[in-house]
Design a protein around this ligand. Structure first.
Ligand code: PLP
Length: 233
């Protein structure tokens, strides 16, 4: 078999993604450093993640608490400045572990979860920044608060539960123009005085940056295609 000279390493793909983020930022007259790249490492082993850490990447995203508990404590010991983002649905019975391991939670979407997170953060003395996930496409199978209820829910997260809400997060429907969803999320965040927007994945992060994304969640463009379907997909 001929050698595949086009094969690239995860570190090379990381550099390409960083370049594309910088280009998209400039196109939008924004500063590249105002955009945080979250490398989504779900389904990839600690061994596969190590080269990306060695290349200097520090923000990582995982969508399952249990999987993260198997991979990250060891990696965090070696790289103590890692910032770990929970980007998948959170069950209330996993809140304890989530608050211990993660540094940012992107998926707050219901009162019971908000209350449980607030309680656990208080107990641990660990006030994590959180994003409120909005189901912009109102898809019945998808997590997130419906757009119509977003304002009231954000208010409750802040005033009733005392959570440190920093922004909004969305995952647009796969078969729709993502720009419409990014624009809607931005409007919701703005009218609630929230500055951070977690939106944009491998196939649409440049569009998300044009619409104001401050956090892009990029998996396959860095790590390559996932062999196993990730939980929740
Ligand atoms: C898997 C996942 C991503 C990354 O998806 P890619 O298409 O691999 O970039 C981003 N956000 C969430 C919530 C995910 O579950």
């Amino acid at each position: 078999m001929p050698t595949d000279t086009t094969a690239s390493s995860s570190a090379e793909r990381l550099a390409e993604v960083r370049q594309r983020i910088a280009d998209a930022a400039r196109q939008a007259s924004r500063a590249p450093e105002d955009i945080t790249l979250i490398a989504v490492s779900k389904t990839f082993s600690a061994q596969a993640i190590t080269p990306v850490l060695a290349a200097g990447q520090r923000h990582f995203g995982e969508n399952r608490v249990q999987e993260a508990r198997e991979k990250w404590p060891g990696l965090k010991e070696r790289y103590p400045d890692v910032v770990l983002h929970l980007i998948g649905p959170l069950q209330t019975n996993k809140v304890k572990h989530a608050v211990r391991l993660f540094d940012v939670i992107h998926t707050v979407d219901r009162p019971k979860l908000a209350a449980e997170l607030a309680r656990e953060m208080e107990k641990r003395g660990r006030q994590l920044p959180v994003f409120v996930q909005v189901n912009t496409g109102e898809e019945p199978q998808k997590a997130g608060v419906p757009p119509r209820q977003a304002d009231a829910f954000i208010k409750a997260c802040r005033e009733e539960y005392g959570l440190n809400v920093v922004g909004c997060m969305c995952i647009p429907p796969v078969d729709e123009e993502p720009a419409l969803h990014f624009a809607l999320l931005r409007k919701i965040a703005e009218r609630n005085g929230l500055r951070q927007l977690s939106m944009g994945m491998s196939h649409d992060f440049e569009v998300a940056i044009a619409f104001g994304a401050t956090h892009v969640r990029v998996g396959s463009a860095i790590f390559g295609p996932r062999k196993l379907p990730a939980h929740g997909e």
